[in-house]
Design a protein around this ligand. Structure first.
Ligand code: ADP
Ligand code: MN
Length: 334
């Protein structure tokens, strides 16, 4: 059993300590009780709602459950037995091997958003002008207020937190302190890159992200249009949602391997297909191939359901800025 789970391969930002399974279909993240509760509440709530609108859950990674001492966890009931036993196996494994869960944090089991990609390029964009909630210490509030004031978090309500990109020509324009070359042909762009951008040049960060020289201009144009469409849909979702998502991120992923674009004849789904549909048997996999790109909301360590309190202005403001940026990106191809 040893070796059947490992460090998550590509991360755009955030803490280390996340794991994946041998098939790389699951993502294990040590996190806060608050994030566990947010996933659980959204899952319960959305199961009861009948609206035909796209719900927040559609933009979140599928939440399979948590790993807790000695039990399988609260895996969703609709999940098949294969998934249940996979989680059970991982529970044992993780408990028997030190490392993945520092300080006894709960571990959430999520859909791995990179599953099926050959060469994913990944961008993490943190939303909101306010980056802390009431539970933060005074020190932390002070520090995060300063980060917001000095970056596009404050001016636009969004900030590029980090990227993981296939090595591309665009990287030669980067400051030395802003990236590291990995030995797998990738470059990691760190948080200082995004902190150095301002409202007038933040667009160049997104141009860098979509600047993959392995994809044709036409494919890159299609990508920016698809993401604009998704962001507009997400905006509508968020206007209907009564939540507060402090320091949540948007995770943008696209396939930088042109062979996969050829294989799928450039067909890309607007929304991620259901995790359970394309995880099981081969026949279905033909009908639901892994996407060529996706947009997700992640990182709910400081998120709360706030029924009756209206939409999340802090997050909405960042999404509005993002729509403007993507409008410009799309028109720059014409
Ligand atoms: P934190 O910022 O608290 O460390 P995040 O939830 O933001 O945790 O995750 C950190 C990074 O891990 C993200 O930038 C992203 O690259 C990666 N990641 C998070 N969730 C998933 C997922 N479900 N599948 C694949 N990668 C993920
Ligand atoms: Mn994060």
């Amino acid at each position: 059993m040893s070796g059947s789970y490992r460090k998550a391969k590509h991360q755009a930002a955030g803490h280390d300590g996340n794991f994946t399974d041998a098939e790389e279909s699951l993502f294990f993240k040590p996190t806060t009780v608050q994030e566990v509760e947010f996933y659980q509440q959204i899952q319960c709530r959305d199961a009861e709602r009948t609206s035909t609108d796209l719900k927040l859950e559609a933009w979140m990674p599928v939440f399979l459950g948590t790993l807790e001492a000695g039990v399988t966890g609260k895996a969703r009931e609709s999940s098949d037995s294969e998934v249940q036993s996979a989680i059970a196996a991982h529970t044992n494994l993780i408990q028997n091997e030190p490392g993945p869960s520092p300080h006894n944090k709960p571990i959430i089991v999520l859909e791995n958003l990179l599953h099926g990609y050959k060469s994913p390029n990944i961008l993490d964009v943190k939303l909101g002008k306010t980056l802390y909630d009431d539970s933060a210490s005074d020190d932390k509030k002070l520090r995060l207020r300063k980060v917001s004031q000095e970056t596009t978090s404050g001016s636009l309500g969004l900030r590029i937190c980090g990227m993981k990109l296939q090595e591309s020509a665009a990287a030669s324009t980067l400051d030395e302190g802003h990236y590291a070359r990995e030995d797998d042909g990738y470059i990691s762009i760190n948080k200082f890159y995004g902190r150095g951008l301002d409202a007038s040049n933040v667009k160049s960060g997104f141009e860098l992200f979509f600047g993959s020289n392995s994809l044709s201009v036409h494919r890159r144009k299609t990508l920016t249009e698809t993401f604009l469409h998704r962001i507009q849909l997400l905006y509508n979702t968020l206007l209907e949602e009564e939540v507060r998502m402090i320091s949540a991120s948007l995770l943008l992923v696209y396939e930088a391997d042109s062979d996969r674009w050829d294989e799928l004849q450039d067909r890309d789904a607007l929304l991620r297909t259901d995790f359970f549909q394309d995880s099981s048997d081969d026949e279905e996999e033909v009908e639901h191939p892994s996407p060529l790109s996706s947009l997700s909301v992640i990182d709910f360590a400081h998120s709360r359901v706030t029924t009756g309190q209206g939409y999340d202005e802090n997050v909405i403001c960042g999404v509005e800025s993002l729509i403007e940026i993507f409008d410009q990106l799309c028109s720059s191809f014409n």
